[in-house]
Design a protein around this ligand. Structure first.
Ligand SMILES: NC(=O)c1ccc[n+]([C@@H]2O[C@H](COP(=O)([O-])OP(=O)(O)OC[C@H]3O[C@@H](n4cnc5c(N)ncnc54)[C@H](OP(=O)(O)O)[C@@H]3O)[C@@H](O)[C@H]2O)c1
Length: 370
C-alpha cells in the first residue's frame, strides 16, 4: 500500500484557501491525498470533516500546534496570512523538523501578494516598472520594508538553508465571487479584499469612489485563474520537483491584466446605477473623513491609491493560461458582487466595515514603515 500525500492547508475558511481546498477535493488524484486544514471555528471544523478534510482547531498564534502539524506534512499551502511572521517561523520550525526526521524536502507553497511591489502613488499615476518573476535580481531588490516582504524572505531563507522547497504565489488583486462545495457549505468567505471593500465604500456613500483621480493601476486576476495557478504549480512539483523553480526561482506573480482604480470605480458605479442604487456611475474622490470611517485610518485608506504592474512569466511558461485574460471580463463580475454586498448590508442594517478596519491597522503599520 502506498502512503498518502499529507497536505496541510492554512486558511481553508478564506477566499483563496477555500478555493484551493475545493480544487484539492476535486483533484483527479484526490484519493491519494490526506488533507488537514487548520480552522478557528469548531462549527466549521465539523463541516470540513463532512467533506473528508481533517480539521484541526488552531489559530495562527498556536505556535506549538502549527509546528507539530507542519512537522508531519509533505505539502503545505499557506493561504491564511501573508504578514504573520511569528506564525511562519513556527511553521518553518516544523518543516525543518520534518526534513531532519525524514531526509525529505517538504513542499511549502506560500501566499504573498503584489503589495510587495506596490508604489504609493496616491492615485496620481500608473507604475512604470513591470516586474517579471523571471527577473531574480529585480525581485531581490524589493525592500525588506515592503508589504508582505519579511514573511516572503523568511520562506525563501528556509529554501536557501536547504530544508524545504519553497514557492511563493504572489497574486495581484484577485476578484470574482468564489463558488464550489466549500463555499456552498458556508465554510469559507466567498469574497476577496480590495474590490469588495470599494463596493462597500460605494454602498455607504451611494456613489463609487477612488483615491485621487484613480489613475493608479494594479495587477488583477480572477479567483478561478488564481487557483488554476496554485494547482498547475502543485501538479508540476508533484510530477517532477527538479523541473520547477523554487526559492528565488520560485516567485509566481498571479496576474492576467491591469486595471486602474478609475475603471474599477466606473464598473462599480454602473452596477449601482443598474440596480437603482445611484444616479451617476462616475466615481468621485474619497474624502479623508470617508477613508477614516471605512478603514479606521486615512493612510490605510490610501492603499487604494498605490500602483503595481507585473507579468506571470513563470506560470505562463509552465502552461498556465488565464480564462479571464482581460479586464473587461474581470470587471463584468462586479455586478453580482455589488448585489451580494447590498443584500448583506440590508440584512445587517448597514455596511459593516469591521474587516476593513482590521485590515486598515495592518496597512497603516506597513505604510508608516516605508
Ligand atoms: N484576496 C486577494 O486579492 C489577495 C491577493 C494577494 C494576497 N492576498 C493575501 O492572501 C491572504 C489570504 O487572503 P484571502 O483573500 O483569502 O483572505 P480571507 O478570505 O480573509 O481568508 C483569510 C484566512 O486566514 C485565516 N486566518 C487569518 N488570521 C488567522 C489567525 N490569526 N488564525 C487562524 N486563521 C487565520 C482566516 O480564518 P478565519 O475564517 O477564522 O478568519 C481565513 O481562513 C491574506 O494575507 C491576503 O493579504 C490576498
Amino acid at each position: 500500500m502506498t502512503s498518502k500525500t499529507e497536505i496541510l492547508l492554512f486558511g481553508a475558511t478564506g477566499y483563496i484557501g477555500g478555493s484551493v481546498l475545493n480544487r484539492l477535493l476535486s483533484h483527479p488524484k484526490a484519493d491519494t491525498f490526506s488533507i488537514t486544514a487548520t480552522v478557528r471555528s469548531p462549527e466549521k471544523a465539523k463541516l470540513l470533516e463532512k467533506l473528508g478534510v481533517k480539521a484541526e482547531i488552531a489559530s495562527l498564534s498556536d505556535f506549538d500546534k502549527i509546528e507539530e502539524l507542519a512537522s508531519r506534512a509533505h505539502v503545505i499551502f499557506n493561504v491564511a496570512n501573508s504578514d504573520d511572521l511569528p506564525a511562519i517561523n513556527a511553521l518553518l520550525k516544523g518543516v525543518r523538523k520534518a526534513h531532519e526526521t525524514t531526509g525529505e524536502l517538504p513542499i511549502l507553497i506560500h501566499t504573498s501578494g503584489t503589495g510587495e511591489i506596490a508604489e504609493a502613488a496616491n492615485g496620481e499615476y500608473a507604475a512604470e516598472t513591470v516586474y517579471s518573476d523571471l527577473n531574480v535580481e529585480q525581485l531581490k531588490a524589493i525592500p525588506e520594508t515592503a508589504f508582505h516582504r519579511k514573511v516572503s524572505l523568511a520562506v525563501i531563507g528556509a529554501d536557501e538553508q536547504g530544508y524545504t522547497r519553497s514557492y511563493i504565489m504572489i497574486p495581484g488583486m484577485i476578484d470574482g465571487l468564489a463558488s464550489g462545495p466549500v463555499f456552498e457549505a458556508g465554510i469559507a468567505n466567498p469574497l476577496s479584499i480590495q474590490i469588495p471593500a470599494l463596493i462597500k465604500q460605494a454602498l455607504d456613500r451611494n456613489r463609487a469612489g477612488m483615491i485621487g483621480p484613480g489613475k493608479a493601476v494594479w495587477s488583477i486576476i480572477n479567483i478561478e485563474d488564481t487557483v488554476d495557478m496554485y494547482i498547475a504549480l502543485f501538479d508540476a512539483i508533484s510530477a517532477d520537483p527538479q523541473s520547477v523553480g523554487h526559492g528565488w526561482e520560485g516567485y509566481y506573480f498571479g496576474v492576467s491584466d491591469h486595471v486602474s482604480f478609475y475603471e474599477i470605480g466606473q464598473a462599480i458605479g454602473q452596477a449601482l446605477v443598474d440596480l437603482g442604487l445611484a444616479k451617476d456611475a462616475e466615481p468621485t474622490t474619497f474624502t479623508d473623513e470617508e477613508l477614516l470611517k471605512h478603514w479606521g485610518s486615512v493612510l490605510a485608506g490610501k492603499y487604494g491609491g498605490t500602483t503595481c504592474r507585473c507579468r506571470a512569466d513563470r506560470a505562463l511558461a509552465m502552461g498556465w493560461k488565464p480564462k479571464y485574460a482581460t479586464k473587461d471580463l474581470l470587471l463584468a463580475g462586479i455586478k453580482p458582487e455589488v448585489e451580494y454586498e447590498f443584500k448583506r448590508a440590508q440584512e445587517n442594517g448597514g455596511v459593516d466595515f469591521t474587516k476593513q478596519r482590521r485590515h486598515g491597522l495592518l496597512l497603516k503599520s506597513v505604510l508608516e514603515s516605508n
